[in-house]
Design a protein around this ligand. Structure first.
Ligand SMILES: Nc1nc2c(ncn2[C@@H]2O[C@H](COP(=O)(O)OP(=O)(O)OP(=O)(O)O)[C@@H](O)[C@H]2O)c(=O)[nH]1
Ligand SMILES: [Mg+2]
Length: 386
């Protein structure tokens, strides 16, 4: 009897020890799961850095006045670059600029440095610059060039900044949050920021440059990725007919001379490039255990483009059989195309896909909230921690 009691006591002690070890392991795993590394990938200009700016606004503090003021120069520089792109597009597009506008905007062409358009006293936009930019924006022919902007390289925020020129040109101009979200600065290298996205749950966000010259740096970030967020720019389908695009494991990349093309390679169509990258990432062994999130971004531009009637999806993507000016059908085509490609490589793995407009605070907040709750909860469940 005494002997069986001591055996029972020993067994109970063993159970307690193994329970304690189990608890300890669980605690360590839970702690580890409390910080998720999120890698943002996607081609250049797809909106990755804009999404990170939104994360900061949602999960950290708003921009201080000093920070907002520091964006003035970037905004002036974006305006100047857009003006220069427009000016050089006129001859290529065979659009005539009225002689007086040509004269007034001549010096804009020759500006090399942003400082040349900044008033050294106020730090605001020089009045001559504001006047020349305004004349260019109002000029006959500019509308036509804007409509055909897919035929040359023009920042997607060009229209926004020109439309707000009067406010931007004020000597006491303080950029708004939306102005900041609209700025364009090509990312070079890797920028990491950590946010507390849910109570006690941290997201370490790694933002990389998406242009080709930057992609060789991506591989250094591929380890231990909990969440892979791929941003794609929806409106980057071409505006002109092109050879058939076959989507699949061995899809053919079609290149067209006159479509919306990459900044870094004017022969490469942007949608093809994005699909190619997406396929590579979906199939990559590095991300077998990562949760995939797909942001089909720039839906505002996409919707405008479809509704304009100037760029029907079927004219450039022959696989599209839906009605020409139907935004819902066009969106579902884009979603299906990217989902199908993903599922070919990873049929079992979930995909969290969302249509986004990264420059819009309200809708992006909603999407980010859904992603964080969905993805981070499912990660904990998969790890057996919930
Ligand atoms: N209209 C509109 N503009 C957007 C949207 N998302 C981003 N942009 C703008 O597109 C431009 C490019 O966005 P970025 O966030 O710099 O793109 P990125 O993917 O970080 O580009 P790289 O750093 O070159 O890889 C910026 O001017 C943004 O304001 C969107 O949903 N709608
Ligand atoms: Mg960037």
């Amino acid at each position: 009897m005494g002997c069986s009691q001591s055996v029972d006591a020993a067994a109970a002690a063993d159970t307690r020890v193994s329970q304690a070890i189990e608890e300890e392991l669980k605690r360590a795993r839970r702690e580890e799961a409390m910080e998720t590394k999120c890698l943002l990938l996607g081609p250049g200009e797809s909106g990755k850095s804009t999404i990170v700016k939104q994360m900061r606004l949602v999960y950290s503090s708003p921009y201080t006045t000093a920070e907002l003021l520091s964006f003035r120069e970037t905004i002036f520089s974006n305006l100047l670059q857009s003006a220069q792109s427009l000016l050089s597009s006129f001859s290529a597009l065979k659009i005539r600029l009225p002689a007086d506008v040509k004269e007034e905007t001549r010096w804009l062409r020759e500006v090399d440095e942003t400082e040349e358009v900044v008033d050294p006293e106020t730090g605001g936009l020089r009045s001559e610059a504001a006047q020349a930019l305004g004349r260019l924006w109002e000029a006959e022919g500019t509308k036509e060039a804007m409509r055909r902007s897919a035929e040359f390289q023009l920042n997607d925020s060009a229209e926004y900044f020109f439309t707000h020129l009067a406010r931007i040109a004020s000597p006491s101009y303080l950029p708004t949050e939306e102005d900041v979200l609209r700025t364009r600065v090509r990312s070079i290298g890797v920028v990491e920021q950590t946010f507390e996205v849910l109570k006690g749950r941290k997201l370490r966000v790694v933002d990389v440059g998406g242009q080709r010259s930057e992609r060789k740096k991506w591989v250094h970030q591929f380890e231990n990725i909990g969440m892979l967020l791929y941003a794609l720019s929806c409106p980057s389908f071409p505006e002109q007919p092109r050879p058939t695009l076959i989507v699949g494991r061995r899809f053919v990349v079609a290149v067209s001379e006159y479509n919306q093309t990459l900044f870094e390679d004017s022969r490469q169509n942007r949608l093809d490039e994005s699909l190619e990258l997406w396929e590579m990432i979906s199939a990559s062994r590095w991300f077998r255990r990562s949760t995939f999130v797909l942001f089909l971004n720039k839906t505002d531009i996409f919707e405008r483009k479809i509704l304009s009637g100037f760029a029907p999806l079927a004219a450039s993507v022959p696989n599209y059989r839906g009605p020409p000016s139907n935004v819902a059908a066009a969106k579902s085509y884009m979603l299906d195309t990217f989902t199908a490609l993903y599922k070919q490589h990873t049929p079992e793995r979930a995909l969290f896909a969302h249509f986004t407009q990264a420059t819009d605070k309200v809708s992006t907040q909603v999407v980010l909230g859904a992603v964080m709750t969905g993805v981070l909860t499912s990660t904990l469940q998969e790890m057996g921690l919930l």
